[in-house]
Design a protein around this ligand. Structure first.
Ligand SMILES: [Zn+2]
Length: 365
């Protein structure tokens, strides 16, 4: 038996899994808290390579997808988490969460934040248990019986319908942010319009947006449903409760399902309002940096994350235009439905033509 020692790594990704296969390994040894990404886990399982936690004597091969409710997941112990407990799926708390998820699903559909079978909702009910929406069901039609439960590696441990393929995105957030209890992913049109143009909305325009969301990050495009897609949000989710997913939609996390949906509403309305304002042809007036600090203080009291709390990232007077890692810091211009500020290229052309005219007038040309 050939064992590859990866105990020095905190994360085992598909690249490591492939290298292990190429090296002819039959098992990989990982440290207690190592995170094995779902695609790496699947790849290792398909190639009969066991994942063994340093100190364990038993193999920790991944649990098969689609286990019945009575079968506990075996993936927890390999990753330093308790084995998933399928019984959590039928507790009074779970039943209340299921109803809340269905109500939020209907809100998303009614507000046109999802269409077809798009969007997905989840709630972390235990350390290694997440209740989630199924694949291929409209969020309007959801019933509590449609929901399923997965462990943090995406193995389904309860529920008759197959879990959403985008659950991996939610799971990466739960693993990265312990405060996150619920994630809502949807495709609201105005926020998604920003996401397909690679832009983030400007700040210091409307107080509610500053307090509940603030800086929005934008994660790079990857194919939905893949582990690579799920991991695109990792650099941002600790300091942002809302992320634009390039060419796709948005994801929000919060302490409850209802609150995560609130954030989607706040962002969508904000993006929509900015677009409407751009059509008025007058520049937007901004909230001052000083008043913006007051809003940030309120946010801190509410316990909401904001990258601007990290003063080491801030220069003086930068509440509004601090560059968010992953965002494309373009100056919004009036033609693209943002703030009414002229774009840099427009300014340059204007300055050049004025200079030319002046030079011509004084005969310097
Ligand atoms: Zn989606």
């Amino acid at each position: 038996m050939k064992s590859i020692d990866l105990t020095g790594q905190k994360v085992l990704v598909i690249r490591d899994a492939r290298s292990a296969l190429e090296a002819g390994a039959s098992q990989v040894l990982v440290c207690k808290n190592c995170v094995v990404t779902p695609s790496a886990r699947d790849f290792l399982a398909q190639n009969n390579i066991a994942v063994v936690t340093s100190g364990d004597v038993t193999s920790a091969a991944p649990a098969a997808y689609g286990q019945t409710a009575s079968a506990p997941s075996s993936s927890g112990s390999a990753l330093g988490r308790p084995a998933a407990n399928a019984r959590l799926f039928t507790t009074p708390e779970a039943e209340a969460v299921k109803k809340e998820i269905c109500a939020v699903g209907r809100k998303l559909w009614m507000r046109q934040f999802v269409d077809g079978n798009g969007g997905n909702i989840s709630y972390r009910i235990g350390p290694n248990e997440v209740i989630c929406t199924p694949t291929l069901v409209s969020k309007y039609d959801l019933t509590p019986e449609d929901l399923s439960m997965v462990d943090l590696e995406g193995n389904q441990i309860a529920g008759s319908k197959a879990r959403t393929s985008e659950i991996l995105l939610h799971l990466e957030i739960y693993k990265e942010v312990p405060e996150a209890k619920s994630c809502v992913h949807c495709h609201p049109p105005h926020a998604t319009a920003y996401a397909i143009t690679g832009r983030v909305p400007p700040n210091l325009v409307i107080p509610e947006f500053e307090v509940f969301i603030g800086k929005v990050a934008i994660s790079p495009y990857e194919t939905p449903g893949t582990a690579e897609f799920a991991q695109t949000v990792l650099p941002f989710v600790k300091t942002h409760n809302t992320v634009l997913l390039a060419n796709h939609g948005i994801i929000c996390w919060a302490d409850s399902v209802t609150h995560a949906e609130w954030f989607a509403e706040v962002l969508e309305t904000y993006c929509w309002t900015l677009m409407l304002a751009a059509q008025l042809g007058a520049p937007i007036s901004y909230i001052s940096e000083q008043k913006g600090s007051d809003l940030l203080a309120i946010k801190k009291k509410l316990g909401l994350p904001d990258i601007r709390f990290d003063t080491s990232r801030m220069k003086e007077c930068q509440l509004s235009d601090l560059e968010v890692p992953g965002s494309i810091a373009l100056t919004p211009n009036p033609c693209d439905g943002n703030t009414g500020r002229p774009a840099e290229t427009d300014l340059e052309t204007l300055v050049r033509s004025v200079t030319d005219a002046v030079m011509e007038t004084i005969g310097a040309k």
